[in-house]
Design a protein. Structure first.
Length: 484
């Protein structure tokens, strides 16, 4: 009896299970026949499984997605690093590269001077950072100095990347240039001036600072040289000669440092050879000359942006156009027309600023400079040294100059290299802040009129200038403040 009832229960259970399965199958079939639409109720029937339609996905192999993401990330990182290096590397090359190049000449071999004094001039890093910097220098006492009258001395400042005793030699004759020993020290010493020349910071044998400020903080080295001449050598009338970046440093020292310096009133005259108007324009010319004309202006602006980021000083403040009005002493400005490193357009813009802010005396002692493409090649013209010597003579030794032009004491065979040049390719102009004293021309040096062209249009005969620089040049006359 028990066995029968158990089998009956099993049969009834299997029958009910089979019926439920058949009902589920029929319900599924009927549900699949119903079309899907937005109006169809999403509530499933009782006892019917809910149906979902999923969009098929493209399944990738294992590791393929990770590989693709990694390639994108690496490309983005490489692009960012390349962009930074494009701007960062030239900035470091311009500001932080070592410039302690060895001497390759000396006063005896270069200009026949047998006696000189090794001196150390103490400069400061900046007014904000009171850190002493020792500058190596040579002091030359002239045997031709006049016995009567004030003691006249000249401080000679070299340019960027050079020092006081390094001749730059090259296989190309047009890129060869001599040191300031031949360019300035020798003729001034022979004419009767006591001369001091120093290595600027980060150059030659002088002390180090973390960077080169393109003449902005180097102006304190010029101030230190003047202070040394006034205190240690008791010089009463002091002149300054600076070329390239040394000329820019001399302009900043004359405009900003000397008015607040107790010995600033002893500086009577300033000669600058091939200074740049703005550091940005000089950088564009240097970069284009070094890497070719294919460099787009956008890249130059991008690199200059990084220079402003990397430099610990305001690079846009290295602007000589804004300090011309502060220079009250006679200024002697020389520049070659075919200079590619600092194009002649810099000289034109500086000349426009001088005309607006100072009393210009054209045609006051204009001269011809060497029409060479290389930088600071004016010393090759035989007339270059006599005019500089006579300029310093009128303002540092007026009594001696009135008796006899000091340029007649020069011995050209010892230090010059005369070449045949075209007298119409370059110009030299002298300006005076005092309108009551107009200097006379040196004997045998006729005046050459300034180039007749629109002042707002830059003139670059053989060099190349970027579009951005040309726009800046056209805006330059508007940016210069007019001082009544």
């Amino acid at each position: 009896m028990k066995k029968r009832s158990a089998s009956a229960c099993v049969d009834s259970t299997m029958t009910s299970t089979t019926d439920e399965a058949s009902d589920y199958t029929s319900a599924s079939a009927s549900a699949s026949d119903v079309p899907t639409s937005s109006t169809t109720s999403r509530t499933p029937l009782k006892g019917v499984a809910r149906l979902r339609w999923r969009r098929p996905r493209l399944r990738r192999k294992k590791g393929e997605q990770f590989y693709t993401d990694w390639v994108v990330v690496c490309f983005a990182i490489a692009l960012a690093v390349f962009s930074v290096l494009v701007g960062f590397a030239p900035a470091c090359l311009l500001l932080y590269q070592s410039r302690h190049k060895p001497y390759n000449t000396d006063p005896l071999a270069s200009c026949g001077i047998a006696h000189w004094e090794n001196v150390t001039v103490v400069s400061v890093r900046s007014p904000e950072v009171d850190e002493a910097i020792n500058l190596a220098g040579w002091y030359f006492m002239s045997p031709n100095a006049p016995l009567e009258g004030p003691k006249a001395c000249v401080a000679v400042i070299h340019g960027h990347g050079q020092n006081m005793a390094r001749d730059l030699w090259s296989s190309n004759k047009r890129t060869r240039t001599k040191s300031v020993l031949s360019k300035a020290v020798a003729p001034l010493w022979q004419a009767g001036f006591h001369v001091l020349t120093v290595d600027m910071r980060n150059h030659g044998r002088s002390g180090d600072t973390p960077y080169v400020s393109l003449g902005f903080e180097e102006s304190h080295d010029v101030t230190a040289a003047v202070r040394f001449l006034a205190r240690e050598k008791q010089c009463e009338n002091i002149g300054i000669f600076g070329e390239s970046m040394g000329g820019v440093a001399s302009l900043f020292a004359t405009a900003h440092n000397f008015p607040r310096n107790p010995h600033g009133d002893r500086v009577k005259a300033l000669v600058v050879d091939s200074p740049f108007a703005l550091a940005q324009w000089a950088f564009e010319s240097w970069f284009t000359l070094k890497f070719g004309s294919w460099v787009p202006p956008v890249l130059l602006q991008y690199i200059w942006f990084w220079i402003g980021v990397v430099a610990p000083f305001d690079v846009d403040a290295v602007n000589t156009l804004h300090i011309i009005s502060n220079i009250k002493i006679p200024l002697h400005h020389a520049h070659g027309r075919t200079d590619l490193l600092v194009p002649f357009s810099h000289a034109e813009v500086i000349h426009q600023a001088v005309m607006r802010n100072r009393t210009q005396t054209p045609p006051a002692e204009q001269q011809n400079l060497a029409p060479y493409q290389a930088h600071v090649q004016a010393y090759r013209v035989p007339r270059y040294h006599p005019e500089i010597v006579d300029f310093f003579g009128r303002h540092l030794l007026p009594s001696a100059q009135s008796a006899q032009p000091l340029s007649e004491k020069l011995r050209w065979s010892n230090y010059t290299n005369p070449l045949t040049v075209n007298d119409n390719d370059v110009y030299h102009v002298e300006s005076h802040h005092d309108t009551h004293e107009t200097p006379e021309l040196s004997p045998g040096l006729p005046a050459i009129p300034l180039p007749a062209r629109e002042p707002s249009v830059p003139f670059i005969p053989t060099g190349r200038q970027s579009i951005a620089t040309e726009k800046l040049l056209r805006r330059a006359p508007v940016q210069v403040a007019v001082v009544q």
